[in-house]
Write a protein that binds this ligand. Structure first.
Ligand code: URA
Length: 260
């Protein structure tokens, strides 16, 4: 700590992180949600006169809607994105070029949730635009699913270094925004792409090969896990099973999802 006290940006990130944890039901320290929210807002580096920790030339600060706002009923995707701001809540912000929020239709019936942005996604600010994304596009086309019926995002919105799996703290820091996206889109069906996404949404730590193709529930929404397209690029012998899963998703949209 410097003689002048802790870095205000670090304090703001800590306060927001604690507020997020409180909303998730973790009460590690005593403090009212309002107190933590106002601490976060009061110390928010975007509102402070000091230089931001991660300045980005040409990037306009999104207005801070405050950590609570998007959780209210009726909050749309724009509100969730605004609440995220130029996020510094976990260390992944240090290496990112862009926050990769999501793409597709706000009224989508089907939501795909992957792991985290790769190099191309980080460069362009859009999820699933690299090799894995091109395979996902082909898989969607193969079962007749068009982008107007789909929304695509990841469990973390900033690229993990060397494309490693997102760590638990990173997933938790991003979780309120993923939850906000799910609430805003309100899909009929969710598809978790790969083990980290399935683990983040369902808990447990089962291998994806053990749970894929079976229907689960995410807070009452039917969820089907399948292989991540990046895994399919390395293990093409699994593409047949992934195709079966995509067909099951398309069928569930037409005939109604199963009871979960
Ligand atoms: N892999 C993911 O999990 N997400 C992306 O956006 C791209 C690759």
């Amino acid at each position: 700590m410097s003689p002048a006290g802790p870095d205000p940006a670090w304090l703001a990130a800590l306060a927001e992180n604690l507020a997020c944890r409180q909303r998730l039901g973790f009460h590690l320290v005593e403090g009212s949600p309002d107190g933590l929210a106002s601490l976060a807002a009061g110390l928010n580096p975007r509102q402070s006169a000091s230089a931001p920790r991660n300045p980005k030339p040409g990037v306009k600060d999104a207005p801070s809607a405050g950590p609570e706002d998007f959780s209210h009923a009726g909050g749309g995707l724009a509100q969730v994105r605004a609440a995220m701001g130029e996020c510094v809540r976990c260390p992944l912000h240090e290496g990112r070029r862009h926050i990769v929020f999501g793409k597709g239709a706000e009224s989508a019936e089907l939501m795909f949730i992957g792991e985290g942005p790769g190099a191309e996604e980080d460069r362009l600010g859009e999820p699933f635009v690299g090799r894995a994304g091109r395979l996902l596009d082909k898989m969607l086309a193969a079962v007749g699913l068009t982008m107007d019926r789909v929304y695509i995002t990841n469990i973390v919105k900033c690229r993990p270094p060397q494309n490693r799996d997102p760590q638990a703290g990173e997933v938790e820091a991003c979780r309120p925004f993923l939850a906000g996206q799910i609430k805003a889109v309100s899909p009929r069906i969710i598809c978790a792409l790969g083990r980290p996404a399935a683990k983040a949404l369902l808990g447990g730590d089962a291998p994806i090969s053990a749970i894929r193709g079976n229907w689960h529930s995410y807070q009452g929404v039917p969820l089907l896990p399948t292989f991540h397209p990046a895994y399919l690029l390395r293990s093409p012998e699994r593409k047949g099973q992934a195709y079966q899963d995509l067909k099951a998703l398309a069928r569930a949209l037409e005939q109604g999802p199963p009871e979960v």
